[in-house]
Design a protein around this ligand. Structure first.
Ligand SMILES: Cc1cc2nc3c(=O)[nH]c(=O)nc-3n(C[C@H](O)[C@H](O)[C@H](O)COP(=O)(O)OP(=O)(O)OC[C@H]3O[C@@H](n4cnc5c(N)ncnc54)[C@H](O)[C@@H]3O)c2cc1C
Length: 314
């Protein structure tokens, strides 16, 4: 079977309103499919009450998923690159400005010198993890810290089943809950038919830290069973990803909140760094900051900037 991952991070794209991302996916020839939403949704209003059924409202514009999971975009983008160009599990700890450009110091694999560098790490995270010499100016530090990394405070729970049994009952798998622990639930069945439900946890990052992942899984399965019946209590496997606890995603400042960054055209770097470093994280996008589409827009803009600079340089 082809690679078929569950999307523990981003699930959806909206190509109707994200043309650059849509064009990229078409250029990479990646198959897509619609988020399943046929049938009724459920709403849990209060403890002890039977969940209410309502027709599922189709998302407008439609939410589209990538067959094989979102990581197929990354794999497809990386495929034409020579293998030695990609260093996985190699965090950058220090970026130093040099006469020729920049030195990027890695955690454990020495340093890499370059004339230009593109930093595709969310600004708030980069400020927390990477030491810059010379130091970033105060205004830059303040701005990077104040730029939220969208969705970093969140966590997703998945239950994987032999078949999407809720569809037999005319349910779309979509549910909302005022009781939790999950507040928003969706059908997460993959393009190849691996059945699953997933939900966003409604507990804050600090509340989640008070429980181990087994306790969280039990509470989530109880909720799935309340909503979708006893079959939901016995998945073949569960998955839990707490992004707020991921040190390469979230900082202390991302343990609460969850607001969207605003598009902003002011330069992301002070004068010391402007001619050798470019920020390409989604948060720096002028059109879709925080979204995958923003990462594509910011990446294309950054690549253009670096190419122009290298062509101009002697
Ligand atoms: C739970 C969740 C659900 C989401 N749902 C959606 C959705 O449905 N649709 C959507 O459009 N967006 C969604 N998003 C947002 C989407 O994931 C981001 O927009 C996208 O990942 C941003 O891409 P990026 O390349 O800018 O940054 P990232 O994807 O965050 O990539 C940054 C990379 O830098 C690496 N890194 C961090 N520090 C260092 C370091 N010091 N040195 C080297 N590497 C480092 C990280 O490991 C990571 O691989 C969701 C996010 C989360 C967490």
């Amino acid at each position: 079977m082809a690679k078929d991952d569950f999307d523990l991070g981003p699930s959806w794209i909206w190509p109707d309103i994200q043309p650059e991302l849509g064009a990229l996916i078409r250029a990479l020839q990646l198959p897509v499919f619609a988020q399943f939403s046929d049938g009724d949704m459920l709403f849990e209003h209060a403890t002890g009450q039977t969940p209410q059924r309502y027709p599922t409202m189709a998302a407008a514009p439609p939410s589209i998923r990538v067959a094989g999971g979102m990581s197929t975009i990354v794999s497809a983008l990386g495929k034409p690159l020579p293998a030695q160009c990609i260093l996985l599990d190699t965090p950058i700890t220090h970026i130093a400005s040099t006469k020729e450009g920049v030195d990027l110091v890695t955690d454990g694999r020495g340093s890499i010198s370059a004339r230009q560098a593109v930093l595709a790490v969310p600004p708030r995270l980069a400020q927390a993890l990477i030491h810059f010499s010379p130091a970033l100016d105060e205004a830059t530090v303040r701005r990077w810290r104040q730029t939220p990394t969208w969705m970093a405070p969140h966590a997703k729970f998945f239950a994987l089943y032999e078949r999407p049994f809720w569809r037999d009952a005319g349910l779309s798998g979509h549910a909302r809950s005022a009781m939790g622990p999950m507040t928003e639930i969706h059908d997460a069945t993959t393009a190849s038919g691996q059945a699953a439900l997933f939900g966003f946890l409604g507990l804050s990052a600090s509340q989640r830290r008070q429980f181990n992942s087994e306790t969280i899984a039990q509470a989530c399965l109880l909720q799935f069973a309340r909503l979708f019946g006893k079959d939901a209590a016995s998945p073949r496997a569960t998955l839990f990803k707490d992004w707020a606890a991921d040190p390469l995603t979230a900082t202390e400042l991302d343990q609460s909140g969850g607001e969207h960054p605003f598009p902003a055209s002011a330069p992301w770097l002070g004068e010391d760094w402007q001619d050798r470093l470019v920020l390409a994280a989604s948060e720096t996008s002028l059109t879709e900051p925080g979204y995958l589409a923003g990462a594509v827009e910011a990446g294309q803009r950054s690549a253009g900037t670096v190419i122009r600079r290298l062509e101009r340089a002697p």
